[in-house]
Each structure stands twice: as structure tokens, then as C-alpha cells.
Design a protein around this ligand. Structure first.
Ligand SMILES: *Cc1c(COP(=O)(O)O)cnc(C)c1O
Length: 424
């Protein structure tokens, strides 16, 4: 059973100050999970998690993760700016971008970030843009074909826009060596939201074997292997969650079997997890405001897809707990809808829930990553607030809700129109 990290009484109290909908993040959960990840990879002295900033780009969250030893994985100008603003710079930043504008390379270099090149052509682009090649460079690999674990297709890299082919990769290491690069990394992201303890170990095996060949064929010693993101979480109550200790142990075994015999015993393991770090520790809180019975039963809430896009965009399942009704039987079927003029604006379809009433608080689970971050303003709907639940159970506002004036602020219009919009 999935359990909400907040009670009805607590949410009612929070709601006296902050209107619904809002995001709530569980600091204690975030910290404990980050520590469990570090512990699982403690066999590797150079281990580092670079949190994928795009998952939850809020400085208060980044600071918590940095305190727990994480660096930041950035892929845009503003993500780099967020990192720098939090005092996170230098090799604490991994810059894993693609289709990268030159000014972003320049800024990443200025911050001293580790630059992860997505494409072979990026080598000359980077050289031209910076006037030199940094001493540390990571390269992103795309093996093509299907990515399988024990005959199960996990994903199809051949259709992914990321990374370079094996041939390009080997050539790239040779060229970079010639340019005086001293520290080399290898990176790949081959499957998303995996709920198997086998993903990282299987990926690690593939990258470790490649690193061994890079050593013999290019005379280049890889100093870090970046396993990127992709560890999933149990969105559905029937899913069994990943066990990070088993994952860490699986990677350790691959390391002992492949890297150590290849003469590569000081390779650092890096990760760039987003979802695994934050998703279960953030929820969207929304109130039931409307019922409609036509051919189906609809429960309308005060949040909509602009606040959490995943169900509308991917048909993603997000579990819903009705606070205060945790122990009632789920005997009623609802579509839980938002207010957009878009029929896919449904947080749940044919979901069995306890009998709902107006004013019920819905705790929409696992929204802490790729939730708020994917927000948009369709239908002129505004972003909601983000709140942090501290370990002492107090609550801190870490992003206020967007106002109409914020939404209109970028318009360039006649003064009378502008005056009206910004006043209301
Ligand atoms: C999105 C992304 C991640 C994080 O992915 P999760 O599925 O959230 O773990 C890591 N690295 C890169 C380059 C990404 O684009």
C-alpha cells in the first residue's frame, strides 16, 4: 500500500496559509533516500550522484541534495545558473546537454563544469567556442539497436537522438587525447524509469567493457563511468520498488569482473538520477471542487495538467490517496479531472476511490520529479506554489504561486492594456 507522507490534519493546517493546489516535498524522505544511495555505492570511493536538475529545479531542493553530497547535472543555461546560485560549481556540475548553443558551453566552462559531449561534431564546436578543450571531458554513447535485459526489450536506443556510435566514440577518444585531455568519462542513458534492479548493472557491464576496449584500442584510461538516470520508482501500488542496495551491489560485481581485470581499478562511478531522488518525496495536493455525472462519474479538482503533466502527456499512473479516507474501501469509480479545455486533462481514469465529497484533499503521489518542472501555462492557468515539509513537520514556502501579473509580465502591449492586466 502506498502511504501519504502527510496527514489530513496537517494538510488542513497548511491550507489555512496556502491555498490548494500546491506541491509538498518531504525533506526527511529526500535526505534518507540520498543517504541510502551513497551507502549503496560506498564501495566506490569516488562515487558521486549528480542530481538531474531538470527533475525538480528548485534551489531549496538542490541545497538539500548538495548537503547530502550530490553534485548537479545541468543541461541548460538556467539550470547552470541555479547551480551557481546555490554555490555549486566546478566539478560539482555535470553538463549533460544536447543540441547545445555555444553560450551554454561557454558558461559551463566558466563554472568549471564537467562537459559531457553528446555528439562527435561537438568536439570541434567546443574547441572553436572555448578556444581550447578542457582537461576533463565525458562522451555520451548510443549503442543503437534495442537495449535488452535477459531478452526483455527495455528501450530502443536506435530511435534516440542522444549519444554517438561506437565508431565515433573511439575516434573521439583518440582525437581528445591528441588535444591534451587528461580525464575521460563515458556516459549512457539507455532506458527510462526502469523498475528492475538489473538496469544499472546491465548498463554498467556494457560501459565497463567499452572502457576496457577504449584502453586497449585508444590508449585512453577512462577515469569515470556515468550511469546517468533511469532508475525508476514504483508508481503503482502493485509495483515492487527498486532496491538501491541490490543495484549498487550489482554494479560492484560488474566492476570487479570487468574493470579490475582490465587494469582499471580506480574508475569513479557517477550517476545522474532525477526521478529516483525526488519523485516519491513530492506530492501534488489538490481539493475536490466539483462533481459531474453523465456517461461517467467525474470528480473535478482545483489542480490541472499544467501542474502535473505526466498523466495527460504519457498516460502516466499517479496513485491518489484521499486524505482522511485512507482506510475506507475504494468502491467508487471516478475520472479525476482538471479544468483545462483538453479532454486529456485527467489525473486518473476509471480509478477506484473511496466515496468523494467536495473539499476532500487528494494526495497525488510521486510527483516530486518531472512534476512541477514540466508545468506550463495553457488556458492561462498559473503555476502553483511549492512547499517544503521540514523534518520538524513545519512547512516552508519554497516557491510562491504564479500570479496573473507574473503571467502577463512579458507582454509588450499598449500601456492601457498593460496597466489593466498588471493591476488585476
Ligand atoms: C533526464 C535526465 C536524467 C535523469 O533522468 P531520471 O529518469 O529522472 O533519472 C539524467 N541525465 C540526463 C542526461 C537526462 O536527460
Amino acid at each position: 500500500m502506498k502511504k501519504a507522507f502527510i496527514s489530513l490534519e496537517e494538510v488542513k493546517r497548511i491550507n489555512e496559509t496556502y491555498p490548494t493546489p500546491f506541491y509538498l516535498y518531504d525533506e526527511q524522505g529526500i535526505r534518507e533516500n540520498a543517504r541510502a544511495l551513497r551507502e549503496a555505492f560506498s564501495w566506490n570511493p569516488g562515487f558521486r550522484e549528480y542530481f538531474a536538475v531538470k527533475a525538480t529545479p528548485n534551489p531549496s531542493i538542490l541545497r538539500i541534495l548538495h548537503e547530502e553530497g550530490c553534485g548537479m547535472d545541468c543541461s541548460s543555461m538556467t539550470e547552470l545558473m541555479l547551480s551557481e546560485a546555490c554555490g555549486i560549481r566546478g566539478q560539482d556540475i555535470m553538463f549533460s546537454s544536447n543540441d547545445t548553443p555555444p553560450e551554454e558551453y561557454l558558461f559551463a566552462e566558466k563554472l568549471g563544469a564537467i562537459i559531457n559531449l553528446d555528439d562527435f561534431s561537438n568536439i570541434e564546436e567546443l574547441k572553436e567556442c572555448l578556444g581550447h578543450i578542457p582537461e576533463t571531458i565525458c562522451l555520451r554513447f548510443n549503442p543503437g539497436g534495442y537495449f535488452r535485459i535477459a531478452n526483455t526489450i527495455m528501450d530502443n536506443p536506435q530511435d534516440a537522438k542522444y549519444g554517438m556510435t561506437e565508431e565515433q566514440l573511439f575516434e573521439a577518444y583518440r582525437i581528445l587525447k591528441g588535444y591534451g585531455v587528461k580525464n575521460f568519462g563515458i556516459h549512457a542513458f539507455l532506458a527510462s524509469n526502469t523498475v528492475t534492479n538489473e538496469y544499472y548493472p546491465a548498463l554498467a557491464r556494457q560501459l565497463f567493457q567499452l572502457a576496457a576496449r577504449v584502453r586497449t584500442e585508444c590508449g585512453v584510461d577512462i577515469s569515470f563511468v556515468n550511469l546517468s538516470g533511469g532508475i525508476g520508482i514504483a508508481y503503482r501500488p502493485e509495483d515492487s520498488p527498486n532496491d538501491i542496495r541490490v543495484i549498487g551491489e550489482g554494479v560492484r560485481r560488474a566492476y570487479e569482473e570487468i574493470l579490475v581485470p582490465a587494469g582499471l581499478q580506480n574508475v569513479r562511478i557517477f550517476t545522474e538520477l532525477g526521478r529516483f531522488m525526488l519523485a516519491p518525496f513530492g506530492a501534488l495536493l489538490s481539493k475536490v471542487i466539483h462533481f459531474k455525472d453523465i456517461y461517467k462519474h467525474y470528480a473535478g479538482v482545483d489542480a490541472c495538467a499544467v501542474n502535473l503533466m505526466r498523466p495527460a502527456m504519457y498516460g502516466a499512473y499517479h496513485h491518489i490517496t484521499v486524505l482522511g479516507k485512507e482506510n475506507l474501501p475504494c468502491e467508487h469509480m471516478y475520472d479525476v479531472t482538471g479544468s483545462l479545455c483538453e479532454n486529456n486533462d485527467k489525473f486518473a481514469v476509471d480509478r477506484m476511490l473511496p466515496m468523494l465529497e467536495k473539499g476532500d484533499y487528494l494526495f497525488i503521489h510521486d510527483a516530486g520529479a518531472h512534476g512541477f518542472a514540466m508545468g506550463y501555462n495553457y488556458n492561462g492557468k498559473l503555476w502553483c506554489a511549492e512547499l517544503l515539509l521540514r523534518p520538524d513537520r513545519s512547512v516552508r514556502l519554497i516557491r510562491r504561486a504564479q500570479t496573473a501579473a507574473d503571467y502577463f509580465a512579458t507582454l509588450d502591449v499598449d500601456e492601457d492594456v498593460r496597466d489593466y492586466l498588471l493591476k488585476h
